[in-house]
Design a protein around this ligand. Structure first.
Ligand code: PXP
Length: 238
């Protein structure tokens, strides 16, 4: 089974646009779970322009499925996640002002840093995942730094999918095999949507989890959150 983890950052962006607490980020997380989501993902950034550190603390006792916190492992981020202890931390190499994640880790260049961070997260009993591209050497490097999982950065797949699905997915299937042979479990995320998700899952059936935010929340404007989550679950199931 591939779990659907809903990234609720966009809900926080909407709330922050007005001040106040509408929409209620914590309530949305609980509702997503009731509507069938098998996980909740948040990505607190240093400027707290969407999910705030306080949101993360408030969400922890409310999330009853899988809680996944993504982010760059700064000192502040590590303090937060080792205190909150989510099920999974996904390490992302974003510079502080990045609009969104736009590349995976270079696990060779940053080997020592990643080893140290992953060691600390493991000591706190937190499963780790590393956001990564499709290059085989970097995936093998991820296994070398001791992570449990990798999350494939699927933006290049999503971009090429409309013109050539088979060519778009090929590097990802190859990368997924490298990960499997290296003993790594597999997640995926970024720009997955109702058009491209099913094909991706069909080609890589051993995928453990997808985290989806932008497209899912945009679809919810038309279909409603409950219907939308069910539609995404169907892509993963059928
Ligand atoms: N995975 C990571 C590491 C991300 O940074 C993001 C975006 O915050 C996602 C997945 C979800 O991407 P999208 O919002 O395009 O679904």
């Amino acid at each position: 089974m591939t779990r659907l983890s809903v990234n609720i950052n966009k809900i926080a962006t909407l709330r922050n646009a007005r001040g106040g607490n509408v929409p209620d980020v914590q309530k949305t997380a609980v509702d997503c779970e009731q509507f069938g989501a098998q996980g909740i993902t948040v990505h607190p950034r240093p400027d707290e322009r969407h999910i705030r550190y306080r949101d993360v603390e408030l969400l922890k006792p409310l999330v009853t499925t899988e809680f996944n916190i993504e982010g760059y492992p700064s000192k502040a981020f590590l303090e937060l996640v080792t205190r909150v202890k989510p099920h999974q931390v996904t390490l992302v190499p974003d510079p502080p002002g990045a609009l969104t994640s736009s590349e995976g880790w270079n696990t060779i260049e940053h080997r020592a840093f990643l080893e140290e961070v992953i060691g600390e997260l493991k000591r706190h009993g937190i499963r780790t995942s590393i956001f990564i591209g499709t290059e085989a050497a970097l995936i093998e490097g991820a296994a070398g730094v001791g992570t449990d999982r990798v999350e494939l950065y699927t933006e290049p797949y999503a971009t090429q999918y409309p013109e050539d699905p088979a060519a778009a997915v090929k590097p990802f299937v190859d990368a997924a095999r490298v990960a499997r042979e290296a003993g790594l479990e597999l997640n995926a995320g970024h720009d997955l949507n109702l058009d491209n998700l099913r094909f991706f899952k069909q080609q890589i059936p051993w995928l453990m989890e997808v985290s989806i935010g932008h497209a899912l929340i945009a679809d919810a404007l038309y279909f409603g959150l409950q219907n939308t989550i069910q539609m995404y679950l169907r892509q993963l199931r059928d």
